[in-house]
Design a protein around this ligand. Structure first.
Ligand code: NAD
Length: 326
């Protein structure tokens, strides 16, 4: 069954369901991506920060060489890390990341976070790079305005390295700002979005401006329980979204799993999802989230779980907080 898609402002089609590559170990990434393609995934969501782009690309290449898919049927999203916002660095990174994937071009290149940090030689940046310097001690911001980075991304499009560009973890003000000078449209906005953090106004704004929204961490606390204590802190005591009443009731009515209900809660509102799983059954069920409908009442009841709880918040988990969501 082909996955539904959204049309980006650039004119490209982006699948509504993809596979997220965060925390996928590099040594397993090629096999995981190859198997995901066999199951039916066509979009892969990577980032320089995830340190598995080359291996993920090898998985795609294997599927292409075996005739399972063509390059143009695959959609690769990847992201520019915070230390490379200066124009020449952003151009170098886009080029290097594209070469790492080895697929000729990137489909969507995103600014990972709207915050510029001092340059660190990629050779010395260690995973998880997150926010620190090479010694993992201090966080140093860089004086790079957003328009410089956006213009670099536009050059990435002009050079044929990426077909579409966008931003992740941005709030309304950044979107309004970029739109005052954008030569190439903001095609996509990727944000944390789950029933505990709904951000309805941000989503309305993006959709009004023809910026496709992708939700990350759709399962809410689940993903953050696997991380070190500072990242786990906000996640450890909240009820798992798979067990809350509104989600379980919709799952029972539709004969789907709670995970599928959470993913459908997003896709039914034209929001793309990029869940991650290493388990074959879950991989399959996470893909089957565009062919059933929740009722308006179910959508509302799930959205009513909103408590503004953000798990991926560098204003909270960093020793020197970067309050970008204030
Ligand atoms: P997620 O919401 O996809 O949750 C992953 C967790 O849910 C894992 O523990 C997995 O085992 C479990 N899971 C997956 N499918 C399941 C199912 N069907 N039933 C039960 N459990 C299931 O979390 P995520 O990895 O945080 O987000 C998805 C992707 O979003 C990432 O891989 C990454 O590509 C992207 N992301 C982007 C940013 C950003 O800053 N732009 C931040 C976080 C994540």
């Amino acid at each position: 069954m082909p996955v539904s898609s959204v049309t980006l402002a650039s004119g490209q089609e982006m699948p509504l369901v993809g596979f997220g590559l965060w925390k996928v170990p590099a040594e397993k990434a090629a096999d995981i991506v190859y198997n995901a393609i066999k199951v039916g995934y066509r979009l892969f969501d990577g980032a320089y920060d995830y340190q598995n782009e080359k291996e993920a690309g090898q998985g795609v290449m294997r599927a292409i060489s075996e005739g399972i898919v063509k390059r143009e049927e695959i959609f690769i999203t990847t992201k520019l890390w915070n230390n490379y916002h200066r124009k020449d660095h952003a151009l170098q990174m886009a080029k290097a990341q594209n070469e790492a994937w080895g697929l000729g071009y990137l489909d969507l290149y995103l600014i990972h976070f709207p915050v510029a940090l001092e340059y660190i030689d990629p050779e010395t940046l260690r995973y998880p790079a997150w926010w620190m310097d090479a010694e993992h001690k201090t966080i140093r911001s860089a004086k790079v305005p957003m328009h410089e980075t956006w213009q670099a991304l536009e050059e990435v499009v002009d050079a044929g390295i990426a077909k579409s560009i966008g931003i992740s973890n941005a709030q309304a003000q950044t979107l309004y700002d970029i739109q005052t000078y954008a030569r190439h449209p903001i095609s996509a906005l990727q944000i944390e979005h789950h029933p505990y953090l709904v951000q309805p106004d941000l989503i309305t704004l993006a959709q009004e401006k023809n910026i496709a929204v992708t939700a990350y961490s759709t399962f809410g606390p689940q993903s953050f329980l696997e991380l070190p204590p500072a990242f786990r802190e906000r996640a450890k005591d909240v009820p798992p979204l798979f067990e809350v009443k509104a989600v379980k009731a919709a799952a029972a009515r539709t004969a789907k799993s709670p995970a599928q209900v959470l993913l459908r809660w997003a896709t039914q509102r034209n929001i793309a999802v990029i869940p991650k799983s290493n388990n074959v059954d879950r991989l399959k069920q996470n893909l089957e989230v565009t062919d059933f409908d929740l009722t308006e009442q179910e959508l509302k009841e799930i959205s009513a779980l909103d408590v503004g709880l953000r798990f991926n918040d560098p204003g909270f988990y960093l020793d020197e907080p970067l309050r970008i969501f204030a």
